[in-house]
Design a protein around this ligand. Structure first.
Ligand code: CUA
Length: 319
């Protein structure tokens, strides 16, 4: 993706880049006239032996020109910007959904709107950190605030930046015209971790957005369910931790592959794909039947089925 003035990807970024290019073109013209006149005069009227400078006093027509022209330019820029600002600041009309954004040292947190599709079984709303997923072609209102110091939300290819201020709510909107991944960054110096305070906005085709939300809600529900906790405990207490490492836990076995991000892997041990509940369950029950010679023993009948289910639920949260 190119720099935003060359590659705006939504109506907000487009409207800002139009103003940017008009101002830039006018500035280039003014620069050319000023530098051109300066260079021309410097050469034409330079000091030469025997030459006496002509003495002149004022010029009404020049005074009028360089007063009226800049005045007209500034007035047109004001009208143009005002007109665009009305569009940019209109955060409320035709909004498809409103996402709450919180900046804190040093991460962004997003809370999805109070709609059925974002509800978890425990009644809370879907939340995410760093990455915001939106549908393409829809106006998304953002309500920004901050926990500690002032941060600033900016995804250049989607639009202008807005400060996130503690104890105060500011609003802006973004819209992506095409599916894709848009990178952004905190734009207000907020301490040590400022440079790492990144934002990723992923725009999904409208038809796929509901499916994305369903998966995200399921993942979030799984990560907080009692089964997950039971699975975590069973994994660490049982034979699994003797062979496998999961970073962030006490499981540090070196015999088998590391499972820290097993749920994001394309397959299980290179033989079972995708990594889902069904395949993980089959694998744990009887790994040697899928991969003869594997060091992973058969756990069918060794661990109770319920415990295997719980372990699988927990493994699916390791992304
Ligand atoms: Cu947050 Cu800079």
């Amino acid at each position: 993706m190119g720099p935003w003035p060359l590659d705006p990807r939504g109506p907000l970024a487009e409207s800002i880049s139009v103003v940017y290019w008009i101002l830039f073109a006018c500035a280039v013209v003014v620069l050319a006239i000023v530098v051109g006149a300066l260079t021309y005069s410097g050469i034409k009227f330079r000091d030469r032996p025997g030459r006496v400078a002509q003495q002149i006093h004022g010029s009404n027509s020049l005074e009028v020109v360089w007063t009226v022209v800049p005045t007209l330019m500034v007035i047109s820029f004001t009208v143009l910007s005002w007109n665009r600002l009305n569009f940019i600041n209109d955060v409320n009309s035709n909004v498809a959904m409103t996402v709450k954004v919180e900046g804190r040292q040093w991460a962004w947190g997003f809370t999805y709107p109070d709609q059925a599709m974002f509800k978890l079984p425990d009644g809370t709303l879907l939340q995410s950190g760093e990455q915001l997923d939106i549908p393409v072609g829809e106006k998304i209102k953002l309500e920004l605030t901050a926990k500690d110091v002032i941060h600033s939300f900016w995804v250049p290819n989607l639009g202008g930046k807005k400060d996130a201020v503690p104890g105060h709510t500011t609003t802006m909107w973004i819209q992506a015209d095409q599916p894709g991944t848009y990178k952004g960054q905190c734009f207000e110096f907020c301490g040590d971790g400022h440079a790492d305070m990144l934002i990723t906005v992923v725009a999904h085709p409208q038809a796929e957005y509901a499916a994305w939300a369903k998966t995200a809600v399921e993942d979030a529900a799984r990560a907080t369910s009692p089964e997950t906790k039971a699975g975590h405990d069973a994994f660490l207490a049982g034979p699994c931790a003797g062979c496998h490492t999961v970073k962030g836990t006490t499981a540090a076995g070196k015999v088998g592959p590391e499972l820290t991000h097993i749920a994001s892997k394309p397959n299980i041990a290179g033989v079972l794909s995708p990594v889902n509940q069904e395949n993980l369950t089959k694998w744990i029950h009887n790994a040697p039947s899928f991969k003869p010679g594997t060091l992973m023993p058969k756990f069918d009948g060794v661990l109770p089925d319920q415990q295997i289910d719980q372990i699988v639920q927990w493994l699916l949260t390791l992304k």
